[in-house]
Design a protein around this ligand. Sequence first.
Ligand SMILES: Cc1cc2nc3c(=O)[nH]c(=O)nc-3n(C[C@H](O)[C@H](O)[C@H](O)COP(=O)(O)OP(=O)(O)OC[C@H]3O[C@@H](n4cnc5c(N)ncnc54)[C@H](O)[C@@H]3O)c2cc1C
Length: 409
Amino acid sequence: MVRMKRGNILHDTIIIGAGPVGSYLAEKLATHGHRVLVLEKKADVSGEVCCTGIVGKECLNLLSIDNDLILRTANSARFIAASGKSLKLCRNENVAYILDRPALNRALAEHARAAGASYLFQTQVTDIQPDSNRVCVRATQQGKTRSFDAQVAIIATGYGSSLPEKLGLGKINDSIIGAQAEVQVKGIDEVEMYIDHELAPGGFAWLVPTKNGKGLAGMMTQQQPKKHLKQLLTSLKAQGKIISADVTCGYGVIPLVPLPRTYANRILAVGEVAGQVKPTTGGGIYYGLLCADVVADVLKRALATSDFSASRLSYYQKQWQAKLKREQSIGYLAHRIFRDLGNKQLEMLLNFANSLGIPKIIAESKDFSFDWHGRLILNILRQLILGFPAQGIASFSKQHKKHSQTIPT
Ligand SMILES: Cc1cc2nc3c(=O)[nH]c(=O)nc-3n(C[C@H](O)[C@H](O)[C@H](O)COP(=O)(O)OP(=O)(O)OC[C@H]3O[C@@H](n4cnc5c(N)ncnc54)[C@H](O)[C@@H]3O)c2cc1C
């Protein structure tokens, strides 16, 4: 074990944050023989997780977890407008898997530990200082300040950490708020998505049945999450879909755009902190894992040559953007159009999707993917540009024209 002059162990990699992305990466690196230390501010990995845990098949394949972490599988979802009008999208096979999120965090941390990674809890990182031969990570642990040394530090803190900005990586400049509560459901056997901007301004709401009569009711909204989640719960209770509206609520902010820079000398940022999220749904698990795979690959090469310079690590940003940039740009464009629509326009959109045969396309398409929406979104946008003015919906037409010059080809 290498020790620095002042007695600190020199780890190969310190990962800050034991969320799904941090632990998944820790396992990868430890399996490659890196000495990995994970620092987590919470007392354990599974506390205070606010997430629905819906992932697609490709993500599930990356995770290699036990089946008992899957609370439910889904092959359909019903999209419901404020008027109650609905559109059902359905496939013959399962496309989505609802995971037990606290258990997922635990399982990934166990895998990482089994591969040789070490974890320290109640250790909140406050500063990262890179220099020419190491990076020093400072943290507070039960009121005491501690420092840890490594060849490279990975920020996997989720959204909201001040570390990226302090390190000159910039700031994420658009986000949305997620709010959710676990509920007891009554007679709900299918995922319901509420496309109603009075209920969830700028976003959408959901009721996702999970297991043993339980479910998750939540939303993505641009404002007043507490008030709007309360309204959703009250409305679901009034409709007899949930048993009580008096439940514990959780909140989290979801980035909609990437961090401008995700690398620096001896530092990388990965997962939600780097804005590696689907702007259409707010889903961050799959993209975070994909980018963690890129980190593992880049670090394998960097460790082999002991070169952790910013110019060497810049390859990481090139690589992950090559995978996600186009999807994220199209998804963000769709989000910006969608968030400005009123309830009337949302209902027109639902009708239009129906008249375009979207349910049939989704049901029959051979290359349908839960995780990659770009092509489908572009097709719908093009059809909308052609179709909506013809239906005399001038207001929507103006709305999408505002964004149409940015539609990628
Ligand atoms: C309501 C809601 C529903 C969602 N539903 C889905 C969904 O269905 N599917 C999906 O894919 N995504 C969903 N997401 C997003 C998903 O939860 C995140 O994208 C995912 O958790 C990101 O993983 P991560 O490991 O990057 O960060 P996190 O899961 O946030 O983990 C980061 C960890 O870092 C720790 N940490 C933070 N700062 C420090 C510090 N300074 N020092 C030490 N430790 C620190 C935190 O305590 C945390 O444990 C949802 C989000 C919300 C809010």
